[in-house]
Design a protein around this ligand. Structure first.
Ligand SMILES: Nc1ncnc2c1ncn2[C@@H]1O[C@H](COP(=O)(O)OP(=O)(O)OP(=O)(O)O)[C@@H](O)[C@H]1O
Ligand SMILES: [Mg+2]
Length: 309
């Protein structure tokens, strides 16, 4: 497949970052303190999650990713920064908020079996969010496309203002949405809800015609150029004014579907920032989604893999 050059594509990612942490080990006994297993940890693994995973996917494609987000002034925040700027290849600007803890999802795993997940998260403070908005204004000038990755953790309080600023400069704005209040995404270029996110905001559907009617209604209401519903094993459908375009899922083998949505929106942003049109971008993004679900671990796709070499 012939792809445009990605080297000069500049994507500004703003959103909620998190650290996915795994404690792997063995359980050989029950605790004498309480009727719970004792996990003896032998290996720790850490991966960027949320908006950080989106940024890492952009960099893995060979494009320029700048990430604007908030972390706590703690060990997890430093760990995330190291993962991003080192091998991650991301230009990360992480504001440190001493009043919060970095969002961490910690899994305790014994022989493939998850025993427990522990979440740390707190919403960032207003001062830090204001500083972030100020930096957004400055960084916008150097971006071809803006990507807002909303994981509902409070890092995108100023999203409406960010969309307005970017659109005023004619920059496409892609949003990965969360929650049931989409009014704050008004005027974005493209939204990429998955099936359950779309159902939460628009209600269920029994046929493709009903899905189209609901998608087009939401698209018009929010003044979007396009709405892309990602549909897991059903592929994805792009809704534009007077146009519906469907791509069937590509995956041959499915190992790990988590993060597929991040890879999809990252690929879309890189394609659009490289001058591709919307339908071409969706085609390539669907291909990227099909590749990444066939992988364990890494959860990024390279340009070579996309080209099929
Ligand atoms: N089970 C699957 N089989 C084939 N392709 C898949 C599957 N799951 C995901 N994909 C591919 O990845 C794309 C995005 O997946 P999905 O709609 O599940 O996003 P998502 O729920 O936002 O993912 P996540 O939140 O885990 O990152 C799909 O449109 C499809 O191309
Ligand atoms: Mg998603």
């Amino acid at each position: 497949m012939k792809l445009p050059s990605f080297e000069n594509a500049r994507v500004l990612v703003v959103g909620d970052v998190m650290l996915d942490r795994y404690w792997f080990g063995d359980v050989e006994r029950i605790s004498p303190e309480a009727p719970v297993p004792v996990l003896k940890v032998s290996r720790v693994e850490e991966r960027p999650g949320g908006a950080a995973n989106v940024a890492r996917n952009i960099a893995a494609l060979g494009a320029q990713a700048t990430l604007l987000s908030v972390v706590g002034d703690d060990e997890a925040g430093h760990c995330l920064e190291k993962l991003l700027v080192g091998q991650g290849g991301v230009n990360a600007s992480l504001h440190r908020d001493p009043g919060i803890s970095t969002t961490v999802k910690l899994r305790a795993v014994a022989r493939q079996q998850q025993l427990l997940r522990i979440d740390f998260e707190t919403a960032p403070s207003h001062e830090v969010l204001n500083a972030k908005l100020a930096e957004f204004r400055i960084r916008l000038a150097d971006a071809d496309v803006v990507l807002l990755s909303d994981y509902g953790k409070g890092g995108l309080t100023h999203i409406a203002e960010m969309i307005r600023l970017a659109r005023a400069q004619g920059k496409p704005v892609l949003v990965d949405p969360k929650g049931d209040d989409y009014a704050r995404y008004q005027g974005a270029t493209l939204l990429t809800p998955n099936r359950s996110e779309f159902r939460e905001v628009a209600g269920g559907w029994k046929s493709n015609d009903e899905l189209t009617a609901k998608a087009q209604q939401l698209r018009v209401e929010l003044g979007l150029e396009a709405l892309l519903v990602t549909r897991s094993e059903e592929g994805m459908t792009l809704f534009r004014a007077g146009d519906v375009y469907h791509e069937a899922a590509q995956a041959r083998e499915v190992f790990d579907v988590s993060g597929a949505g991040d890879t999809v929106i990252a690929t879309l942003a890189v394609m659009l920032a490289s001058g591709a049109d919307m339908a071409e971008s969706v085609h390539v993004a669907n291909r990227a989604g099909g590749i990444v679900v066939g992988k364990l671990g890494t959860a990024v796709v390279s340009r070579d893999e996309l080209e099929g070499v």
